[in-house]
Design a protein around this ligand. Sequence first.
Ligand SMILES: C[S@@+](CC[C@H](N)C(=O)[O-])C[C@H]1O[C@@H](n2cnc3c(N)ncnc32)[C@H](O)[C@@H]1O
Length: 436
Amino acid sequence: MGMTEAHAAAGLAAREAAQAALSAVLRRRRPLDAALEDALGSISLSPRDAGFARAIVGETLRRFGQLDALIHAFVPKAPPPHKAGPTLELLLASACELLFLDVPAHAAVDAANRLAMRDAKSKHFKPLINAVLRRVAREGAALRDAQDAPRLNTPDWLWTRWCEVYGEETARAIARAHSVQPPLDLVMKGEPIAVDGALALPGGVLRLSDGVRVDTLPGYRDGAWWVQDFAATLPARLLGDVRGKRVIDLCAAPGGKTAELVALGAHVTAVEREPARMARLRENIERLQMEAELVEADVRDIARDVNAPFVLLDAPCSATGTIRRHPELPWIKSAADVTLCAAAASELIEAAAEMVMENGTLVFAVCSLEPEEGPEQIADFLARHREFRRAPIMPDEVFGMRELISADGDLRTLPCHMAEQGGMDGFYAARLVRSG
Ligand SMILES: C[S@@+](CC[C@H](N)C(=O)[O-])C[C@H]1O[C@@H](n2cnc3c(N)ncnc32)[C@H](O)[C@@H]1O
């Protein structure tokens, strides 16, 4: 095989993996990271080609609403998968290459034709695929430019809620923030390392543009830093001065907040239920050369007699605050998931509250934009527990960024906050103090 053929073959393998991952996400609601791992794990691609596959799937999902509308404008009745196999995914991914990844038309269209021929069903749709993609190449950019991208790329269930909760202008700003790949934030354990082009954010966070491989950055092996979005660094800080104090870190893996608390001088007990996630937490803590007590258990099973001065609960949630990193979420989750997560969180906060001593502090956090998982959880909790009161967050605790504090005095970050510097994940956190 000559160089050019080898290059084309690798490009085709990357695209085939991208299509497989996209099918797993869209048809089987598989999370993107797992779908990519499955698709890329069984083949051997260069880092560059694997990066190309990731870019195709990530961008297709980020622009899913736009691409879907565009394809349906050209093919009003898309053939169902039981007849057409992966035809629709091929169309979506190839249109994405043409309109959002700047791939030359001949390369994207030719690859789609070849891939169509590899599947027993989609091969019958090769003429359609070819015709549609040629039209996308010719007319697609004009159609794309006329689209209402933020609205199209947000499914109705999220758009309606965000407009209700935040107002349409903010809903739009949130959706716009989702259209770009987020930066990579590193939190320094000690002295900041020097990285070309990095932006220094408050709190010892170094912001890099994404696309860098973390294990190739200086300081990775020596544990000089860990990866954590700027917004995710804020909840643990709300505990206040934890130096030399015991902190119970509940729902702890992969351990961003554990690392932060250890770095702040706390004696941390980190609790996590999933063995595989606990293994990652252990690995991270060891790489950072830190010490923490790690307890593999369900939070609800260890509530008795803890009596700690500080408890942090980073509850599992629908994670709609992290759509920038998980662009599949809007398309594989639904309002029912929010309801389920909210019910689980209310059990966890009960267990967490039992662990707090008199005058102790409980911080509850979720990376969700949904009120049921955040402020409503806290309102219900406070109504049930007269012995707890809210301790409102002060601007100096969030580096003077008043826009991150809600009217109730809770933390409410949005993906569109700090937009000029690359945004941040959506986090909610409330601080509660026990009086009796
Ligand atoms: C939002 S993540 C935590 C992120 C982590 N605090 C950090 O900063 O890196 C939620 C974690 O809670 C764990 N989890 C969910 N339910 C749990 C339970 N009942 N007991 C203990 N851990 C639980 C999940 O496995 C998951 O790792």
